[in-house]
Every structure is written in structure tokens, then in C-alpha cells.
Write a protein that binds this ligand. Structure first.
Ligand code: NAD
Ligand code: DAU
Length: 337
């Protein structure tokens, strides 16, 4: 039996991971440690609240005293906590440095003091920068870091810190860098949930620039099973890239969603581009497949249909999130530019 501390467990991927882990490892204990920023939502975990193997502590990973207390008796830390949205990092980089860089360093120190058996850090393919549209190149574990947004730079810094704690202090770390995720409980500021919920409300879907920016999309449950494989079979000190070997231009993703919802292409609205917009991301997931035997379970189209259904069936969940704070952000991001 293990006792896991999940930081950022009230967010999109963290809450999916908690569901996944409690279903597949019912004897393990989970402590969810989350600051509950705008994207942290305990509604995501309503159905596990009464599980005796689950508990929640509200706290900041940059709060040394609180995180040390939360780490008592913990053997495995999985660090999902982060400021995660590129556009918000462009509007205001400071919180990204405080949580993603300083917070990770404080958490690493506390994990070292607590002598945890494993510190797994959740990272992103954005640390590698942008690929050319017309190339077949993909990111691998040896691609040099070249972050190009404040968000990506803060995640790159956190990855470097995690590796430094392995080399300098012998902290037993692993890192996974994943492609774009989608699925249930995805906060409606990111492309897929924004498109689905806007269409359901009869609103336009904003497409940055020419709409030909390419992303690789992995169903969140497959990300969770990838993390599980790294925890169970991964080698300490190693990094694993998690992806599905598919990539599509944004406009094609939006067209697919419009079709699934039986809506009209008139809802597509081209808007001003994201500054420094990375043209293409694509992952070569050969290492995790070959060395750890992981493979994704879901095909993209099947998972997109499941996701659209989920948002149709959970309108209460996302309508509450599209509140005054969300509207203020939306105006700043899309209208007053
Ligand atoms: P999210 O924004 O939905 O959730 C982040 C969670 O972290 C929230 O619950 C928030 O309250 C919490 N948090 C923020 N600052 C905190 C702090 N200082 N202390 C404690 N908790 C704090 O993000 P997500 O999409 O679930 O991303 C989770 C992790 O996965 C991040 O590290 C992100 O960089 C990484 N990642 C995300 C994707 C993606 O497509 N969403 C892909 C690859 C990697
Ligand atoms: O690649 C992994 C990363 O994926 C994670 O590290 C980030 O946390 C996560 O937010 C995501 O970053 P992206 O910037 O790729 O995701 P986002 O959903 O914000 O945008 C996807 C693409 O869609 C990107 O090319 C920008 C574009 N876009 C996005 C929004 C929100 C639009 O065209 N219109 C929009 O309104």
C-alpha cells in the first residue's frame, strides 16, 4: 500500500488522475494538496469525497511549512500543480514563476526532507519549443529545451530544477512530458472545451491566426495510464515523453467538434494570433512504449466524441465556471486586444 500526495489534484489532469488511481489502486491512500486557484475545482472530485482513502488539504506548493506537514507519511509525490494556460502567461507571467518555478523548488526541498521514495514531475512538450509545419520531425527525450512562452519557460525551469535535485541530492525523481490533453473536467479556457461549450451556447469559436497551428491531442485517461507506467516501471532520473502519434491543425479539430454537435461553420471566427505562437508540436513516444510497455487505449476521434458527450451531459459543471471572473478574462483575452 502506498500513500500518494497529488499536488494540483483539483485541476483537470490531477482530478482525472485521482479518479484513475482510486479505481485501479483501491488500497492506496491519496492526499490531494491544491491551492484552488481559478482552475482548481472540488466539484471534479465530488464522487470520491467520502472515499476513506482520499483526503483534501488546501495549500500552496510554495508554502514550505504547510507542504512539509502535508508530506508526513507520504512515499510518492506527483506534482501536477501549476499555472497551466499559455494565454494567461502572456497576459501576466508573474504567477507562473511563483508557482511553477518557486513552488516546485519549495516542494522539492520538502520532498527531500521527507525522504520520499519517488517524486514524479508532470511536464509538457511545450518546453521543446516549436516544430516546422512542413517537417516530419518530432520531439524526443533528447530534444534540446527551447521554451518560447512565459508558461513554457516556467515549466522548463521546473524540469531543470527536478533534474538538479536528482543529480545534486539524489532525490529519486522521474519526469513525464506530455502532449495536449483533453477530456472530462477540462477548464473551458483551452481550445477543445472552449470550442465545445461556446458552440453549445451558440457563441463563436475564436481561432487564432490562420488556424493551421498543429497540436497532438491525447485523451486524459491515456495520460493517467502513462504516468502509472512511469511510477511502476520507470527508472529514477529518467524522462519519458507521452503522446499518441497523431497531430492535427486547430481548424480541423474545431470542424470535427462542429460536426459532432450538428452546428454550423458560421460559428468559426478568425481572431488576432497568440504572440509567439508555437507552430507545431508532435511527440515520438517510442521510449515509453518500448521500455515501459505503455500504449494509448483511445483513438482520437472516439475520445473526442466521448468528450463532446461529456460536456453535453455536464452543462451544470461548466456553466458555473463561465462566471464573472471568466467573463472578465474572456474580454481581456478576446475582445479588448
Ligand atoms: P489546471 O490549470 O487544470 O490545474 C492546475 C491545478 O493546480 C489547479 O487545481 C490549481 O488550483 C492548482 N494549483 C495552481 N497553483 C498552485 C499552487 N501554487 N499550489 C497548489 N496547487 C496549485 O492544469 P492541468 O491542465 O490539469 O495541468 C496539470 C499539469 O499538467 C501542469 O503541470 C501542466 O503543466 C501539465 N500539462 C498539462 C497539459 C494539458 O494539455 N493540459 C499537457 C501536458 C502537461
Ligand atoms: O502541449 C501541452 C500543452 O497544451 C500544456 O502544457 C498546456 O498546459 C495546455 O494548455 C496546452 O497548451 P496549448 O497552448 O497548446 O493549448 P490551448 O488549448 O491553449 O491551445 C491549443 C491550440 O489552439 C493552440 O495552437 C492555440 C489555439 N487556440 C487556443 C485557444 C484557447 C485558438 O486558436 N483559439 C483559442 O481560443
Amino acid at each position: 500500500m502506498s500513500k500518494l500526495l497529488i499536488t494540483g489534484g483539483a485541476g483537470f489532469i490531477g482530478s482525472n488522475f485521482i479518479h484513475y488511481w482510486l479505481n485501479n489502486h483501491p488500497d492506496d491512500q491519496i492526499v490531494n494538496y491544491d491551492k484552488l486557484t481559478y482552475s482548481g475545482n472540488l466539484e471534479n472530485l465530488k464522487d470520491v469525497e467520502s472515499n476513506k482513502n482520499y483526503s483534501f488539504t488546501r495549500g500552496d506548493i510554495a508554502d514550505a511549512k504547510k507542504i512539509s506537514k502535508a508530506l508526513e507519511g507520504i512515499d510518492t509525490v506527483i506534482n501536477f500543480a501549476a499555472e497551466s494556460h499559455v494565454d494567461r502567461s502572456i497576459l501576466d507571467p508573474a504567477p507562473f514563476i511563483l508557482t511553477n518555478v518557486v513552488g516546485t523548488q519549495v516542494l522539492l526541498d520538502a520532498a527531500r526532507d521527507a525522504k520520499v521514495k519517488r517524486f514524479h514531475h508532470i511536464s509538457t512538450d511545450e518546453v521543446f519549443g516549436a516544430l516546422q509545419l512542413d517537417s516530419k520531425e518530432k520531439f524526443t527525450e533528447t530534444t534540446p529545451y527551447n521554451p518560447r512562452s512565459p508558461y513554457a519557460a516556467s515549466k522548463a525551469a521546473s524540469d531543470h530544477l527536478v533534474r538538479a535535485y536528482f543529480h545534486t541530492y539524489g532525490l529519486p525523481v522521474t519526469i513525464s512530458n506530455c502532449a495536449n490533453n483533453f477530456g472530462p473536467y477540462h477548464y473551458p479556457e483551452k481550445l477543445i472545451p472552449l470550442a465545445i461549450t461556446n458552440i453549445l451556447e451558440g457563441k463563436k469559436v475564436p481561432v487564432y491566426g490562420d488556424g493551421l497551428y498543429v497540436r497532438e491531442w491525447l485523451y486524459v485517461e491515456d495520460h493517467c495510464s502513462g504516468i502509472e507506467k512511469v511510477l511502476e516501471k520507470g527508472k529514477v532520473g529518467e524522462t519519458y515523453l507521452i503522446g499518441i502519434d497523431m497531430d492535427l491543425p486547430n481548424i480541423e479539430i474545431i470542424t470535427k467538434i462542429i460536426k459532432l454537435l450538428g452546428a454550423s461553420d458560421d460559428l468559426i471566427e478568425y481572431v488576432k494570433d497568440r504572440p509567439g505562437h508555437d507552430r507545431r508540436y508532435a511527440i515520438d513516444a517510442a521510449k515509453i512504449k518500448k521500455e515501459l510497455g505503455w500504449k494509448p487505449r483511445y483513438d482520437f476521434d472516439e475520445a473526442l466524441a466521448l468528450t463532446v458527450k461529456w460536456y453535453q451531459n455536464h452543462q451544470d459543471w461548466w456553466q458555473k465556471l463561465k462566471n464573472k471572473n471568466y467573463e472578465d478574462y474572456y474580454k481581456k483575452q478576446y475582445i479588448i486586444r
